[in-house]
Write a protein that binds this ligand. Structure first.
Ligand code: FDA
Length: 396
């Protein structure tokens, strides 16, 4: 049996489902294929099961890419408000949690059901649970073999995501296809991922489970722009929590991550505390604002003890400065096994930002996480999936 379609979409995740629905509703005959036993698995586990499906503050500067301008076109033509309107049209209740992050009130399942419903409206044919055995091109047609079937179409959409969380069925298949069809790949790396600390920092690893608000930055002049004020969490392997996951996307081996403890304190606060309460210890002052165990480790690392009144102003200023730019030099990350997304991916230089079509291989479209566009934590990655899927879905 050799069924023919107008387009074959590989990968029934966020981007593939939305692209297939968009094209299907324009009257295109679409086949949507996934090797997993069900569609949208990452959507189901996203946002702690409630799917942080978009972010009200979506803007191109919240995405990493070799070409920071690439995402502008698609993001401006399909916005957070557009996706929210779709969510509301399906009667899905939602709320803003923090920082513009929108979540379902009930369950991420509702987003998958909504996308499947949209696919059904477009007459999309969905096939799950069969490995894709071969993809070939000739005579203006793509031939995709899965199971015993060979399907053909003049357009092929690569929506198989990146290799983060392989145990959920994530693969680097998109990159294999890219190379097969002459598209370049920007070195993929784990992003939104916990960072690990070396043995010398064992004291901090002992704080596993302790969390506090910080501002995280990458040390070094040229790298210091991105700054995230959110919670950091100490783990038995190193550092995690939203602030660290955010900065991890910018981190490269050898970089220092600086964390600003007590971000609301103004310069001179320790001197002031000394003046007001000279009999108070540094440990006590820190534990008033930080978890006690963390205060203890920081004091030990600062090498300051005893009453504030017995410490010189210079020593207090040095302690303040260190607390405001505490350097951690991670020795790695927890890798693709724990990375929420993959940074890098199919090089945008070879793609049209309007349609997501590959210049070197007309008829091939690349969308979602497979592309070298990676969003911040907080709904930005799904918004990219929707926007890039929409751009391709309208062009197929
Ligand atoms: P996605 O990975 O969703 O889909 C790819 C599909 O291709 C999968 O269905 C997979 O089975 C299939 N596939 C892969 N290889 C294949 C092959 N060889 N053959 C056939 N099919 C293949 N983002 C966000 O904005 N808000 C959030 O709340 C979260 N939360 C979150 C939690 C966790 C735990 C993770 C791991 C990730 C998130 N994310 C997120 C990120 C978000 O899930 C991600 O950016 C999108 O799912 C990317 O959508 P894609 O459709 O591009 O890939």
């Amino acid at each position: 049996m050799n069924p023919t379609y107008d387009a074959i979409v590989l990968g029934a995740g966020a981007a593939g489902l939305f692209c297939a629905a968009t094209a299907g509703q324009r009257g295109k005959r679409v086949l949507l294929l996934d090797h997993a036993d069900r569609p949208g698995k990452k959507i189901l586990i996203s946002g702690g099961g409630r799917c942080n499906f978009t972010n009200l503050h979506t803007a191109p500067d919240r995405y990493l890419s070799k070409n920071v301008h690439f995402a502008k076109s698609a993001l401006s033509r399909y916005t957070a408000a557009d996706f929210l309107a779709l969510v509301e049209s399906h009667g899905i209740a939602w709320h803003e949690k923090t920082l513009g992050q929108l979540f379902c009130d009930d369950s991420a399942k509702q987003i998958v059901e909504m996308l499947l419903d949209e696919c059904a409206k477009g007459g999309v044919e969905l096939q799950c649970g069969e490995a894709i055995r071969d993809v070939a091109h000739g005579d203006g047609q793509f031939r995709v073999t899965y199971g015993e079937t060979e399907a053909t179409a003049p357009a092929l959409v690569i929506a198989t995501g990146g290799p983060s969380i392989p145990k959920m069925g994530a693969t680097g298949f998109a990159y294999d296809l890219a190379r097969q069809f002459g598209l370049k790949v920007v070195q993929p790396r784990p992003a939104l991922v916990p960072l690990t600390l070396p043995g010398e920092e064992a004291l901090f690893r002992d704080l596993s489970g302790v969390s506090t608000e910080i501002i995280a930055r990458i040390g070094g002049k040229e790298k210091g722009k991105a700054a995230f004020r959110e919670a950091a969490l100490f783990t038995h392997r190193g550092l995690s929590g939203p602030a660290i996951l955010q900065i991890s996307s910018y981190w490269q081996r050898g970089d220092t991550v600086t964390t600003q403890f007590l971000p609301d304190r103004v310069e001179g606060w320790l001197k002031e505390a000394k003046r007001d309460r000279p009999r108070t210890t540094m440990r006590k002052v820190l534990s008033e604002a930080l978890p006690d165990r963390l205060a203890e480790v920081l004091c030990e690392r600062l090498g300051v003890s005893g009453d504030l009144g017995n410490l010189s102003d210079k020593a207090l200023a040095a302690a303040e400065a260190k607390l405001a730019r505490w350097p951690f030099v991670p020795d790695g990350s927890e890798g693709f096994a724990k990375a929420e997304v993959t940074a890098g991916g199919i090089d945008t230089a070879g793609l049209s930002s309007k349609t997501m079509e590959a210049r070197a291989a007309p008829g091939i479209y690349v969308i979602g996480e497979a592309v070298d566009v990676t969003g911040w934590l907080g709904g930005y990655n799904f918004q990219w999936a929707w926007a890039s899927a929409r751009a391709a879905g309208l062009a197929l």
